[in-house]
Design a protein around this ligand. Structure first.
Ligand code: PMP
Length: 448
């Protein structure tokens, strides 16, 4: 079957959809934090279907609720009332602070961000949307304008029909310890992190102000940022940056959009939403990925007033918020609560960050360990002093070795130089011990 599947992949599946690994895995099934390939080999999944499988592969509770609903009603669009849709809207919005109490359900993160931009423009009657370098907000033509990681633009698109200004460069993060960014990881060896990070913080905000004053029209429609940059490799902003940025944007008449596609649903541990860790309340929040544990669904949560800017005319999507998706979404929220997954993200995530920081102190080629909860980045460098990205082939070898020893890890950053660890939130400390041991063996092999 492997060769047959490979042939179909080559002949009938769009080549831009790339597979991971020299010999891509052919999967057979998944259970919670584990995946099994066609030969029965078991893998610890530290990438969760790109940060999507929030509560665990085929979580029994979510599976059961979905199966029940499958036999009742799948789809009607929103032209009728249906209890599961209303109950989900109530349940989801109850998790947000006032005045974020209205939800518009969509099908993907890109669609949610498209809609957020649209709402911001309609509401403010301004045009420009500001995003940050290193951010990823989607692959649709509209959101590509917000996404700064250049390789996603295929050399052409800075977003069709939109002006987006990107500010400023957080590529590779401020490299600071927990005193400069919100992470349990304490210090970076040989990095004189206090000076670097604190300097970066001031420069960062100054640069942000500067660009807002010089390169951006007097008024803007909005500002979009991830609470922790996901695709860029768990890059964290200097402390208080988002708070100051929100204030500056609001002075220019813009709305603040928090892209919680990766950071939402308890993944960062201390709070349910990433924006809460920055002490801000956005005007619009976009959700996707973990919202459905892999079921295609997404959402925009905002205020009644902002949502009303779209209400003069019909704004419609066919599948968003169908009964099946709403049942899945509600079961995911129940699982997070009943299984204590937010707390688990905090406990197990902190444990993993601290274990990885020990590896960072041991291996010269780990430049940075950062993140919060189960949103972790391990940045690979040639050495800690110059911090050039470790060459891609060397990173790939370590990554392939981890896979061969049963641990699947994601990749991210402009040079694909950062390992991304964002497992299903049900992972345990003993899974972490296994993963860290495997990673350590792969690193040891590399340096020998
Ligand atoms: N925002 C963020 C932060 C993301 O990570 C992604 C997907 N990687 C998106 C938006 C786009 O989501 P989707 O792929 O569902 O369109």
């Amino acid at each position: 079957p492997y060769e047959r599947m490979q042939k179909i992949r080559e002949q009938n599946i769009a080549p831009s959809l790339r597979t991971y690994y020299k010999k891509p895995l052919l999967l057979h099934q998944g259970h919670m934090q584990w995946l099994f390939d066609h030969e029965g080999q078991r893998y610890l999944d530290l990438f969760a279907g790109i940060v999507t499988v929030s509560v665990g592969h085929c979580h029994p509770k979510v599976t059961m609720a979905t199966q029940k609903q499958l036999a009742r009603l799948w789809h009607t669009t929103n032209i009728y009332m249906y209890p599961a849709i209303h109950e989900y809207a109530e349940k989801l919005t109850s998790l947000f602070p006032d005045p974020l109490k209205v939800v518009y359900l969509t099908n993907s993160g890109s669609e949610a961000n498209d809609l957020a931009m649209f709402m911001a423009r309609l509401h403010t009657r301004n045009f420009d949307i500001i995003s940050l370098r290193g951010g990823y907000h989607g692959g649709s033509p509209y959101t590509l304008g917000l996404t700064s990681l250049t390789h996603y633009k295929h050399g052409v698109a800075n977003g069709f029909g939109c002006t987006t200004t990107m500010l400023p460069d957080v590529f590779r993060g401020p490299w600071g310890g927990s005193h400069c960014r919100d992470s349990p990881v304490q210090t970076v060896r040989k990095c004189s992190c206090t000076e670097v990070a604190c300097l970066a913080k001031d420069q960062y905000i100054e640069q942000f102000k500067d660009t807002l004053n010089t390169s951006v029209p007097k008024t803007v429609a909005g500002f979009i940022a991830e609470p922790i940059q996901g695709v860029n490799g768990a890059v964290q902003y200097p402390r208080n940056f988002l708070k100051e940025a929100y204030q500056l944007i609001r002075e220019k008449g813009g709305l603040c959009i928090s892209d919680e596609v990766q950071t939402g649903f308890g993944r960062t541990g201390s709070h349910f939403w990433g924006f809460q860790t920055h002490g801000v309340v956005p005007d619009i929040v976009t959700l996707a990925k973990g919202i459905g544990n892999g079921f295609p669904m997404a959402a925009v949560v905002t205020t009644k007033e902002i949502a009303s800017s779209l209400a003069e005319n019909l704004h419609f999507n066919t599948f968003g918020g169908n009964p099946l998706a709403c049942v899945v979404g509600a079961a995911v929220l129940d699982a997070i609560e009943e299984d204590g997954l937010q707390k688990n993200s905090e406990d197990v995530g902190t444990y993993m960050l601290l274990e990885l920081a020990k590896l960072r102190d041991k291996f010269e080629i780990i430049g940075d360990v950062r993140g919060k909860g189960l949103m972790i980045g391990v940045e690979m460098v040639t050495d800690k002093d110059n911090r050039h990205p470790l060459p891609a082939e060397e990173i790939s070898q370590i990554w392939e070795d981890c896979k061969d020893m049963g641990v699947l890890i994601g990749r991210g950053g402009l040079y694909s130089q950062t390992f991304r660890i964002k497992p299903p939130m049900c992972i345990t400390k003993s899974d972490v011990d296994f993963a860290v041991e495997v990673f350590c063996t792969a690193l040891q092999r590399h340096v020998e």
